[in-house]
Design a protein around this ligand. Structure first.
Ligand code: CA
Length: 228
């Protein structure tokens, strides 16, 4: 960490309190009506907290458009907010290989994909994501995907990262969610398994010469790793 104390003194980072967050949303978020309805329905779900923030969906949709991405992967679908945001940003012949194991949550996702008219872009695989990703590799799809979003069980984050890195083309992007983990990663007292897994992956990617990296402090922290 040497040298970073100086950085702390020279760079002031904003804390987004509720008022500033509302302001940011009011001048930036352009959420499609269908995404708003899904967010609303998911927020009433007991696990609704797992849904990504609207500004994050919008940010990733912009990345996908900027890259001209067509072939994408999503590890962890939940009720489908991020896949819907990305599917809406993809061209007509764009695809998402969507990985999840939960039938109940993804039934909500499917309903909204249908409603939005994007279900033809999304192939949902209801088996452990590792199996889906390994199958894609076995089928010769290595280095053929443009973009991957990882937002699933934290204990497998490193496995997902390694498999996605094989599947992504050079210049392709892997986005990894929850890398700031409500701040727990920065607290050395916190040593539970999931926090350690995220912390280890953050440190590994920082040193990883195979990618260019940027950790964006949006929502719960989003790492962008671009394959060299
Ligand atoms: Ca997440």
């Amino acid at each position: 960490m040497r040298g970073f104390e100086k950085l702390l003194m020279s760079n002031k980072n904003l804390i987004l309190d509720d008022r500033l967050y509302s302001y940011l949303s009011s001048v930036s978020v352009r959420e499609a009506e269908i995404l708003g309805s899904l967010r609303e329905e998911t927020s009433r779900h007991p696990m609704g907290i797992m849904q990504i923030a609207p500004e994050q969906g919008q940010f990733m949709a912009m990345l996908v458009k900027l890259m001209g991405a067509k072939k994408t992967i999503e590890v962890g679908v939940f009720t489908g907010y991020s896949s819907l945001a990305i599917a809406l940003a993809l061209p007509e012949d764009g695809k998402i290989v969507a990985c999840d194991v939960n039938e109940e949550y993804t039934a909500i996702a499917r309903r909204y994909w249908e409603k939005a008219g994007v279900s033809h872009k999304i192939d949902l695989h209801l088996v452990p994501a590792i199996i889906t990703l390994e199958t894609l590799i076995a089928k010769g799809q290595t280095a053929s995907f443009d973009f991957a979003f990882i937002d699933a069980d934290k204990s497998n984050y490193d496995n997902y990262y390694e498999l996605c890195l094989q599947l992504i083309r050079p210049g392709g992007l892997i986005a990894i969610d929850n890398v700031l983990w409500s701040g727990k990663v920065a607290d050395p007292e916190i040593q539970d398994n999931r926090t350690k897994k995220i912390r280890n992956l953050n440190e590994k990617i920082h040193r990883d010469d195979r990618v260019d990296v940027s950790l964006v402090p949006i929502a719960d922290g989003l790492t962008l790793a671009m394959k060299k």
